[in-house]
Design a protein around this ligand. Structure first.
Ligand SMILES: NC(=O)c1ccc[n+]([C@@H]2O[C@H](COP(=O)([O-])OP(=O)(O)OC[C@H]3O[C@@H](n4cnc5c(N)ncnc54)[C@H](O)[C@@H]3O)[C@@H](O)[C@H]2O)c1
Length: 420
């Protein structure tokens, strides 16, 4: 067996049962696995993936394996690894995994490098860590690289910054930008699982509480929508005027975060940006306020400032640290400021990951089977892939839709038909 680094191989049976449970909610991947097993478009291609090690990712790995890929997986977040899933992937599916829940930053990067020792020709990232490590310290891999895919907003931002600086040396497909990804995964997936994380971590009734969402992007919209459904008074803090206006017309209160903090029982960040909850907001926050992040990594809440302001720290429940400030106010930080939906809940429900990961599989196939390689840079998901994923999902859900008639197609394509 090829080397791996996981917590406990004896957890494999439990992992297999949970992976199979998720598989039932992933009909698009099931269809793709069946179809791709016939012509194996990724046959023998070395693929390193750096993704949250969850049941859904395990099903992505199954599908890529059915398509013929030679796989290695490491974690894209030290706290999101499900150790039973890692054990099942190694023990049942023979896929090497380098991931242990709660691993230190040092081990996290050792694991990324172990995944790169596989000498991938394809990468699959959630936050661009593989691609950035390749460009920083493993540049020998670049010459053979067919390309990579990127799952999330922040990763795409990092990669576009690299491309703009002329530093990105192979093609990446921004899976996050597919409509069948961000319209569903970021909005409905993050929406539901963030609320799940808040509730599991605190067991506080949301009805009647004030919950502020910072950032009204795809994730923020989903969180706001689901919090409203729980009966919370939802406030939105934004920096982008169009999105702030949209939030207002969607029925939320909109105000600067410093004003919102003074009345909020919960503040949830979803911006991809640094220190959006900063010292000034922590100083204004209401006693008892719960702080959580569902954006990227652990930078959205200014943790060093919070630590410096506190005189005492308690650990009243799993995933909750209560900071007592000099003036006696208590601020409750969830999941160490990391992604609350992954750390305190189980991440996105399988049914949304089904679509995101179907895009991943089809994009890997697109990179692998092109006759002319894509140029270095960040590429959008081909529209045909997006539409195929939506079609497969609708079919799996037993939903049929109408088609344009020939007359309508002609009408929509014509510039000659006037308005009268
Ligand atoms: N928790 C998860 O499982 C999960 C899933 C998908 C994406 N993400 C992450 O969530 C983050 C947001 O993703 P998205 O798709 O919603 O992005 P997006 O770009 O659609 O939205 C981000 C919003 O945050 C706003 N913003 C930026 N800085 C701000 C500030 N200081 N104050 C207030 N608003 C600010 C921007 O104006 C923008 O409207 C990204 O980091 C992404 O990687 C997390």
């Amino acid at each position: 067996m090829r080397p791996s680094d996981i917590l406990d191989p004896s957890l494999a049976d439990q992992g297999v049962r949970r992976i199979d449970w998720a598989w039932q909610e992933m009909p698009v991947l099931r269809q793709l696995a069946q179809r791709l097993a016939n012509h194996r478009p990724l046959r023998g291609l070395r693929l390193s993936a750096c993704l949250h090690v969850t049941t859904e990712t395990a099903n992505l790995m199954r599908t890529l394996q059915a398509a013929g890929a030679d796989l290695v997986l490491c974690a894209s977040n030290p706290l999101s690894t499900q150790d039973d899933v890692a054990a099942a992937l190694v023990g049942r599916y023979g896929i090497p995994v380098f991931a242990i829940r709660g691993e230190s930053t040092k081990v996290y990067y050792q694991h990324i490098n172990a995944a790169l020792d596989h000498r991938p020709v394809l990468t699959m990232d959630d936050g661009a860590d593989l691609v950035s490590e390749i460009h920083k310290s493993r540049t020998g891999l670049i010459a053979d690289m067919l390309g990579g895919t990127e799952e999330t907003t922040t990763g795409v931002i990092r990669l576009r910054a690299m491309a703009d600086a002329g530093e990105l040396r192979f093609p990446i497909i921004a899976v996050n930008d597919a409509q069948t990804k961000h319209l569903f995964d970021n909005r409905y997936g993050t929406g539901q699982s963030t609320l799940d994380g808040l509730i599991r971590a605190t067991n506080i009734l949301l009805a009647g509480k004030t919950l502020t969402v910072v950032g009204y992007g795809w994730c923020g919209r989903g969180i706001a929508l689901r919090a409203k459904g729980h009966g919370a008074q939802v406030v939105v803090a934004e920096v982008e005027p169009v999105r702030a206006l949209e939030a207002l017309m969607d029925g939320y209160q909109v105000m600067p975060l410093v004003a919102a903090a003074a009345r909020s029982d919960f503040i949830v960040t979803a911006t991809g940006d640094k220190h959006v909850v900063d010292e000034v907001h922590l100083n204004a926050a209401k006693d008892g306020c719960v702080l959580a992040n569902s954006g990227h990594f652990n930078v959205e809440i200014n943790l060093p400032a919070l630590e410096a302001m506190a005189t005492e720290k308690h650990h009243p429940r799993e995933h909750v640290v209560e900071y007592i400030l000099r003036d006696g106010r208590r601020l409750r930080l969830l999941a160490e400021g990391r992604l609350v939906n992954l750390a305190a809940a189980e991440g996105h429900p399988s049914a949304v990951m089904d679509m995101s990961f179907a895009n991943q599989v089809l994009c890997a196939g697109h990179l692998a089977t092109r006759t002319t390689p894509l140029e270095a840079g960040v590429h959008t998901v081909p529209r045909s892939i997006d539409q195929e994923v939506a079609r497969l999902k609708l079919a799996a859900m037993g939903v049929r839709i109408d088609r344009l008639t020939a007359e309508q197609q002609q009408y929509l394509a014509s510039w000659q038909e006037g308005t009268v």
